[in-house]
Write a protein that binds this ligand. Structure first.
Ligand SMILES: [Zn+2]
Length: 320
């Protein structure tokens, strides 16, 4: 397209002359126009968003969605907190009930909190703000996962011991070694310091004495293995030692004789000997010891003294 020519009247020459606008002037005019456009646009945007506080419809929809998600996350975190409460209750029971029952040490809170810097760390759940809610949700999930994992490992340990506890319950010396429900049997001497029946010297009695008559049945008081059958003229006379495992042994002394052989496995209530008067003894009686971790303990703490006749007969199996 040919450029439009402009003519201007020159009063000096009295003629029309071609009018030329210098390039410099044209450039600066265009630049001013550009500046004006930018200023207008900025002004329009500023008034629209700042003065009227308006957002574009797309922005509004996005903000609504984000608010919705934040609400859901907040709900999730509340659920996490509830789960955490249950977990803490489990941890307490584990530490103060389950583990001690089987003689296990409690798991220190530092260990339970390992990897996330402390148990109290979880309390921030109670006062969270919206910023960073997603990363905190992920973190909470991580904490719960680790805690639950540790707890389940602890329960596995307890479970293993609980399985053995069945066996422990069968092996612990837990019944009277003779029929204490019989009227002819009587308790004649207790555990602990007492004057010696022979010379009156005050000394330790490592077991209990139960008097009866020659040949009364003597029963093993827990499952175990016969580890010693001996004779001690100046002391126990004929005696048997049974090892029950779990640190427990029992001794049956002054027997007329043993009815089992060395190394035999025996079952609670099985008759293993006959009451006698051998060794250092004045009249037929059984001297019975419970030894726990190589130390004599009071056998009376291990069986029910008020056991009924029928109950006792159900527990033992006499010979013949
Ligand atoms: Zn004794």
């Amino acid at each position: 397209m040919p450029r439009k020519r402009r003519y201007k009247f020159n009063p000096e020459t009295l003629a029309y002359e071609l009018h030329k606008i210098p390039a410099k002037v044209r450039l600066s005019r265009n630049f001013l126009l550009f500046l004006l456009t930018v200023a207008l646009s900025l002004g329009y945007y500023a008034i629209y968003s700042e003065y009227f506080k308006l957002e574009s419809p797309k922005m509004i929809s996005l903000m609504r969605k984000s608010e919705d998600l934040a609400n859901k996350l907040e709900l999730m975190n509340k659920r996490f907190e509830e789960i955490n409460h249950s977990l803490v209750a489990l941890e307490m029971r584990d530490n103060y009930v389950y583990r001690p029952v089987f003689g296990m040490e409690e798991i220190p809170s530092e260990v339970r909190a390992a990897g996330f810097g402390g148990v109290d760390r979880y309390s921030y759940l109670k006062s969270f703000d919206r910023s960073g809610i997603l990363s905190r949700t992920a973190e909470n999930m991580d904490i719960l996962y680790k805690k639950a994992f540790l707890q389940s490992k602890s329960f596995d340990e307890v479970n293993t011991l609980a399985k053995n506890a069945d066996e422990l319950a069968l092996c612990v010396p837990a019944i009277p070694p003779v029929d204490i429900t019989s009227p002819k049997i009587r308790f004649s001497s207790s555990f602990g310091y007492r004057p010696d029946p022979f010379n009156g010297v005050y000394r330790m009695h490592n077991g209990i004495d139960i008097s009866g008559k020659q040949g009364d049945p003597v029963y093993v008081t827990g499952n175990g293995k016969v580890v010693e059958i001996g004779y001690d003229f100046f002391g126990y006379g004929n005696f048997i030692i049974v090892d029950h495992g779990f640190g427990y042994k029992t001794r049956y002394a002054h027997l007329k004789n043993a009815l089992i052989s060395m190394g035999r496995m025996v079952v609670r209530g099985e008759q293993i000997g006959l009451m006698g008067n051998t060794g250092r003894s004045r009249g037929p009686h059984l001297h019975y010891e419970v030894i726990y971790r190589n130390r004599p303990v009071n056998p009376l703490n291990y069986y029910n003294r008020d056991i009924g006749a029928e109950e006792f007969r159900a527990l033992v199996s006499p010979r013949g």
